[in-house]
Design a protein around this ligand. Sequence first.
Ligand SMILES: *[C@@H]1O[C@H](CO)[C@@H](O)[C@H](O)[C@H]1NC(C)=O
Length: 378
Amino acid sequence: MDLSALLLFSVICAVSAQAPVVFVEPKAATVRQGETVSFRCQVRSSVQPVNLEWTRANNQALADNIKVGPEGSVLTVSNARPLNQGQYRCVAVSSAGRGAASAVLNVKHPPKLRLTPAGPLLVRVGDAVSVQCRATGRPRPKLTWRRQGSTLQLFTTDTDDVNTIQWPAIRSEDLGVYVCQAENSEGVSEAKIEVIVEEEPGAPVASVTPEEITAVEGQTVSMECRARGSPPPLITWSKLRAPLPWKSKDENGVLTLESVGRQDSGQYICNATNVHGYSEAYAQMEVETPPYATCLPDQVKLQAGDPLHLQCLAHGSHPIQFTWSRVGRAGLPAAAQTTKDGKLLIPNVKPGLSGTYKCVASNHIGSSEALANVHVKA
Ligand SMILES: *[C@@H]1O[C@H](CO)[C@@H](O)[C@H](O)[C@H]1NC(C)=O
């Protein structure tokens, strides 16, 4: 062999002595948790022997539920777990070099949640509070927060696998149980946290709503006393200079008075008490009533020439207007004088003025009438 022939031979050898070429089938697989999947590694190599090895892309050891089959060509994941998810590489090594290919395994699984911090969460009024809800699960779960027993929208922020509920400054009415829910095609899971809001220890501060009440006789009236303070104040109701009406009910700071009457008008006092002190708040109630009218006198006997004096009296809410008329006649006699406070005067009666005189007393709630019989002897 001459030198040129030897050179050519070496070139052919170098060309045919290539590193192994590797294919993996399938390149990607998605299975449910608990299912089994296999990846096959195929090698083309001009040089034997070829040594096959499966590794994880992150160089971790293969989990114990993963077996490698005859001569390393088949990787089988049985009873797949979320942790098996990731990239697997098949590496082929021969004296001519090495080749590799990889496959990706996705393991679908129902969501799992973790709350940070975990509950129960003890905070003070005004604190900035946030709770992170972190989910694992494939496909990526949808995360939502809600308040137990409420459909109100909550303030949350969503980033990747974390949904955070936030209160810039928590209020005492924010206390309650909050639920984070994660959902994907494989299932739903929930985690709860109880938020307990502590008030600053302090003396009560009471307030009553409404502070002024106008009611009509017969109505039912409620007034509510609320008191801040810690420990929670005890609320008691009383009435200024009088006992509470006997039909009153006191429940959770709400005083209810049934079928109120004029005598129930007055000032009602809420007294909130705890170990640090007490606080009083007031409500003023006026009960309005329709007029109740009477004539004084209601029977009169006069001689012609006498003066006639009639007084219409009424109780009920002011202002009260009085109107006199004569029953069965178009108007009062020309000589009649009336006053705003319900008086009727005829200075000099004649027999023709005998008859029934009517007073109507009215206010903005109603009216009432009263009659007086007048008899004038000739
Ligand atoms: C409210 O309670 C305090 C403490 O018990 C008491 O001293 C005060 O007299 C009460 N006020 C009224 C209006 O009852």
